[in-house]
Design a protein. Structure first.
Length: 273
């Protein structure tokens, strides 16, 4: 990324309280950064060679600055009218993306060629990989990173993490399947090839537990090639015994079993939808 642009964005961020939509030079620099996101030449977050999530804070700062530097405007799209600060993304045919009527993507999100968007919503800073389907009424919120060949089933809620700038966004890695009405929020992570059954809630406070051993595998992270479902774990409080949510890993499978995944899901009693 252009080092001078990053420096400029960092400098603008330090004096953000002074900025207004009348600051044309600041807007030019911020637009340059947003265009990098929109074209897929930059991304808010990625996984490095060690498996750690690296957040490019300056790009999140650019998104936040864009809101400060933009005025509310009325936008007409066919028979629909919108009133917002940010325009919608354009150029899907040239980008090789299938977009069904009712889908809405803000400028500054990147959709790779071969992705399919049913009536859904993708916010600024998000990235959706090639071969991925974002199904009906699913949402991919700000800065979420969705890998290739992922299926976000109907009604899935992928939460946004825009502030603070250093906070890691939600990451769903390649080949994952997220069942209907799942909620993945607050920087949670779904590993490569992992499957979440319908209605799973995953955030950094949710324990992920191995069904065979009872071992807690971590919190807010479903490992690669694991099949997880919503479950509960009992805990005693002064007011009585209550059940708190957890994700139960029913089974692990090998990448080579991918072609038989539907059979594995049926055997495990998991509905994805």
């Amino acid at each position: 990324m252009p080092a001078d642009l990053q420096t400029t964005i960092d400098e603008l961020w330090e004096r953000r309280s002074e900025l207004s939509p009348d600051d044309a030079d600041a807007r030019l620099s911020v637009d340059e950064a947003i265009d990098l996101l929109d074209r897929g030449e930059a991304r808010v977050a990625e996984i490095d060679a060690t498996g750690a999530v690296v957040v490019h804070e300056w790009l999140k700062k650019a998104i936040l600055l864009l809101f400060r530097l933009s005025r509310m405007e009325t936008v007409e799209v066919g028979p629909f009218e919108y009133h917002d600060k940010l325009p919608l993304k354009q150029g899907y045919e040239a980008a090789g993306v299938r977009v069904v009527p009712g889908a809405s993507v803000r400028r500054g999100a990147f959709i790779e060629p071969g992705a399919v968007l049913m009536p859904c919503y993708v916010n600024i800073g998000a990235r959706v990989g090639s071969g991925t389907m974002v199904d009906t009424w699913a949402t991919v919120a700000s800065c979420a990173q969705i890998g290739a060949n992922v299926h976000l089933s109907g009604g899935v809620g992928i939460g946004g993490v825009l502030e603070p700038p250093q906070a890691a966004p939600v990451i769903v890695e390649d080949d994952a399947m997220i069942g209907s009405r799942c909620m993945v929020t607050q920087g949670a992570r779904v590993g490569r090839g992992a499957v979440l059954g319908e209605g799973v809630i995953l955030n950094p406070g949710i324990p992920v537990i191995d069904a065979e051993t009872g071992e807690e595998l971590g919190r807010g992270v479903v490992p690669d090639y694991c099949i997880g479902v919503q479950a509960g774990r009992k805990k005693v409080f002064p007011g009585g015994e209550f059940t708190l949510p957890c994700v139960l890993v029913l089974r692990r499978y090998q990448p080579g079993e991918r072609t038989h995944l539907n059979d594995i899901l049926r055997e495990s009693g998991v509905n994805v939808g």
